[in-house]
Design a protein around this ligand. Sequence first.
Ligand SMILES: *Cc1c(COP(=O)(O)O)cnc(C)c1O
Length: 388
Amino acid sequence: METIYLDYNSTTPVDPEVIKVMQHALAENYGNPSSVHTLGQKSKTAIDAAREKIASLLGAKATEIYFTSGGTEADNLALKGAAIALRKKGNHIITSKIEHHAVLESGNYLEKNGFEVTYLSCDKDGVVSVDDLRQAIRPETTVVSIMMANNETGSIQPIKEMVAVCHEAGVLFHTDAVQAMGKIPVNVEETKVDMMSLSAHKFYGPKGIGVLYIRSKTPVAPLLHGGSHERRMRAGTENIASIIGMAKALEIAVDKLEGEHQRLTDLSEYFIDRVKTEVGEVYLNGPVENRVPSTVNLSFKGVEGEAIILSLDLKGIAVSSGSACTSGSLQVSHVLEAMDADTLLAQGSIRFSMGRYTTKEQLDYTVSVLPEIINRLRAMSATYQKAD
Ligand SMILES: *Cc1c(COP(=O)(O)O)cnc(C)c1O
């Protein structure tokens, strides 16, 4: 049985074109880019070309692109690096309750080390308010980090307005754009963000590689010390094949963005309608408009998310509940909690995330097995009482 993969927000399959360029790079570009000899310089040239390509696709300069080991490291570097570099100016940082754990835990770490962190809440649709941000800024605030699109609900945040508020107050703005890349337009000239995190494996590239965009002259202290790689921002011999693969993946993702956005909008609307009709007592978490269409977070009344995941898995369908990091425990997702969602409903939340290889047939199959699964689980449920 072929797996029906509806967990693209956790990770994506690697594009065959990306595999091809990576295989070539692994075989051919083994020279160390820091070496002076021809083989080393060949690798350096390949990395430079990838950096140029990525920069131009993001509206950035090549010197503003820093390669990291992924989205987590990019988030850590942005938050901790800027907070430490600006420590003399102030010790206050602002982020939100709906961020990825890479940002939340970086905030926690900074709190344990003498910084103050404000975690902004969100509305019932999972959107952080620009006014709340404006009011939270203090004279000692140095960095604000708000994600572009949320990984659990797909809610899109008002980044441009937030950047304007921060810049007026002389505060740096970082955004985690990991879930936005390839799904909505992402351009640093457009948004004017100072820092931005990306992760290749969320846009059909390899795992373990990402980017932190850092606008020229933005003060950021490195976290990894050693050689002078990445203009002294991040020591360690470059992951050449992955960097080249990521550039290819980004090129393809940007090229396909418009068509995929429309296709996935249509598919997700179709899916939501059909699940609501076929199953009943199903609620969409997150905004109806203004979200990444491929993320469909649904709460099934009276059932636990984990039980649904396991039942769907037996039918060959891969989904997640909330964030993959918190699954395995019955804890309600921190994002749904911040949205003030009903606790029982939140426990029955499932994230269906669609992508490049999702078809209508796959969704039809998913809808065809859902009623039996949900009815069986509801029949056993202590918390489910059918409304008359
Ligand atoms: C996946 C994800 C990350 C972490 O990226 P990795 O490359 O897996 O470390 C960070 N932020 C968001 C929003 C994500 O979805």
